[in-house]
Ligand binder design. Sequence first.
Ligand code: IYR
Length: 225
Amino acid sequence: MKKIINGYEHILYQPLDFTRQEVSDRASEFHHLLKGRRSIRSFSDKAVEKSVVEDIINTAATAPSGANKQPWSFCAISNQEIKKAIREAAEQEEKKNYHERMSEVWLKDLEPFATNWQKPFLEIAPWLIVVFKKSYEIDDDKQVKNYYVNESVGIACGILIAAIHNAGLVTLTHTPSPMNFLSGILERPSNEKPFLLLPVGYPEKDVYVPNISRKPQKEILYYYE
Ligand code: IYR
């Protein structure tokens, strides 16, 4: 079934046809699944198949985006030398962050997470996914701006993180700061800026995570019925 609207072809949307019970069960089950997600900083070097990484990234790329411009690129890195170069560059910046650039308040806020400038997971995790945002496209040497780039790429990253967890893998939303070094190491074009770095793999055996909780519903959900 096709229609021309505004001069453009439209196709009939096929909605998922669940019963009320299925809707209710699926909503609850998905919440239960994602409730178990945790940011993990200690990885096993256990391999993850390339096809899995591909499925996860293709899932992220289903995200809605401003005018469907899909203003993202995903770099999937398993090459050991490149991972090492990324670790070294990230640690160089993080060392400055922890020792010079971060405020006392910030360092205090991070204490529960037991973080520091060292990032061994960048070499140990079997894959690093670096998400780049494209503020503009280069068309015949002209710059054409994209829309709602941060929102679009942020949504894609959210879906990426959900897909990683759904597959039984773990990740960390890592933003070494500044992270321009990623453009150089990965030789990305000038219209791409690094947005997020996610190590992907299995957790190290017996990994501990901070005993922190999510805000109660009454602090985040306001009904207007
Ligand atoms: N980028 C640093 C510091 C850091 C900052 C925040 I906000 C965190 O939630 C966690 C870490 C690092 O990766 O260690």
